[in-house]
Every structure is written in structure tokens, then in C-alpha cells.
Design a protein around this ligand. Structure first.
Ligand SMILES: [Zn+2]
Length: 244
């Protein structure tokens, strides 16, 4: 009788199903492997591209305030600490892209000599000296803002007056910071000691308002500072691309 064919057919169908599953699994594995290889090559290409663009450049990162001068303060949150965290994140990104980075400070310190009569002025003077070194390509000073109007929010970027390159660098960095910080500002220039006293190209980025609730809570999050650092990094890269 044909009683033996049923199980045979069943096991044949099962075997085919298993084979298909196996093929599908192997196929997926191959697709995943190819995707991984493509992504690796792509990320390498990006690194190499950035590398050639930013390598050879010396960039000064100035984490505003520190030491005796905590900068702006809101709800026991000090500006100097946020500035330093962001500066260190930016340092990693720029060094990763092949740039030489000079950090104005890497700890909670100021640069004024202990016997300085005007500590704030002496601190700023020392920062300017570091920025004005001949090997420096550009500098970025990082600060947080404060306003009497708690509604004011978002990043602002200041440029050196009558310096078209500084204006363009500020515009490129602000363009990237706008979406990250929900900013509606345009690049600005103002009576800022560091921007007036430097002979090298630079900008000052105010990365958010400590006086605004949303900005303040965002600025306390590490991921937000990662995004800000990456936006500044991209802005610098965009600016260098324009110059090429
Ligand atoms: Zn400041």
C-alpha cells in the first residue's frame, strides 16, 4: 500500500523547508557581511576625507572661564564645567580627524598668575597669547549664555569684526548648531575681548542659555553636549571645505 509515501513526502517537504531556511539564513548573513564591509569602507573614506582636510591644522579650543571664575551660573549649574565638557568632546573629534589641538585648559583652572591684580584680565590675556601663536590655524571659544529674559534660548556664535573668514566660520558653525539647539540667531559680532585682541582667525560660540529652562536641562545631558561638539566639528569642517 502507499502508506510509506506519506511520511516520505512529509520529510521531503520538511527537508526543503529547512534547506530554504538555511539558505535564507546564509543569504542574510552574506548580505549583513557585505553591508558591514561597505559601511566600514565608507566610514574609513569619511575619516580619510576629514583627515586630509583638517590634518595639518592647529586648532585652539578655549573652554571659557574655570578656576576662580565659574562664569554664568543658574540653579547651581556653572558655565565653566559645561564649557570644559564640550571642549573635551570637540578635542576628541578634531584629533580623530587629524588636527593638532591645543586646549586652553583641561581642568577646572584659570590662567591668571596668583599675584595678578586683575585676575580676569590676566586670564583672558594669557588665553589670547595662546591663540595668537603663529602655528594656530583657528580657535573656538566655548561659552554658555545667560539672559534676564528666560524665554531667550539657543546657540549664538560671535565673529571677529571686519573679518570675513571669521564671519564665514561663525555662519558655518551656527548653521550646524541651529537644529541641535533650536536657535534662531544669526552670527553676531560684539565687544568681546578675546575676539578683539586676537590676530588669528576665531569665533566664540555660546552653546545655550542657562537662564532658559529647556536649554539648562539639555546642557546638563552628556548626549546633548556630544551633539553640540559634533555640530561645531562639522561647522569647522564645512568652513574648511568652503575655503578649498
Ligand atoms: Zn562665558
Amino acid at each position: 500500500m502507499g502508506s510509506g509515501i506519506g511520511p516520505l513526502l512529509f520529510s521531503y517537504n520538511e527537508a526543503m523547508k529547512r534547506l530554504k531556511r538555511k539558505c535564507w539564513a546564509t543569504g542574510s548573513l552574506i548580505v549583513l557581511l557585505i553591508a558591514a564591509l561597505v559601511m566600514r569602507a565608507f566610514s574609513r573614506a569619511i575619516t580619510v576625507m576629514s583627515d586630509t582636510r583638517l590634518s595639518g591644522m592647529t586648532i585652539v579650543i578655549d573652554a571659557g572661564h574655570g578656576g576662580k571664575d565659574p562664569g554664568a551660573r543658574s540653579q547651581a549649574i556653572d558655565e565653566d564645567e559645561i564649557n570644559l565638557k564640550t571642549a573635551k568632546k570637540l578635542q576628541r573629534l578634531l584629533e580623530g580627524a587629524g588636527a593638532e589641538v591645543i586646549m586652553i585648559r583641561e581642568e577646572d583652572v584659570d590662567l591668571a598668575p596668583a599675584d595678578a591684580k586683575n585676575a580676569k584680565r590676566a586670564d583672558l590675556k594669557r588665553r589670547v597669547e595662546i591663540m595668537n601663536q603663529p602655528q594656530v590655524t583657528l580657535f573656538v571659544s566655548i561659552h554658555c549664555n545667560i539672559s534676564l529674559d528666560s524665554r531667550v534660548h539657543g546657540a549664538e556664535v560671535y565673529y571677529q569684526q571686519d573679518n570675513e573668514n571669521s564671519h564665514q566660520l561663525a555662519a558655518a558653525v551656527l548653521e550646524r548648531l541651529r537644529s541641535v539647539t533650536n536657535s534662531k540667531f544669526q552670527p553676531k559680532t560684539g565687544n568681546i575681548y578675546i575676539l578683539k585682541q586676537t590676530t588669528t582667525l576665531g569665533i566664540l560660540a555660546e552653546i545655550g542659555f542657562l537662564s532658559n529652562g529647556q536649554d539648562l536641562s539639555a546642557l546638563q545631558k552628556d548626549e546633548h553636549l556630544d551633539e553640540i561638539a559634533y555640530a561645531i566639528f562639522q561647522g569647522i569642517d564645512d568652513f574648511v571645505k568652503i575655503l578649498e
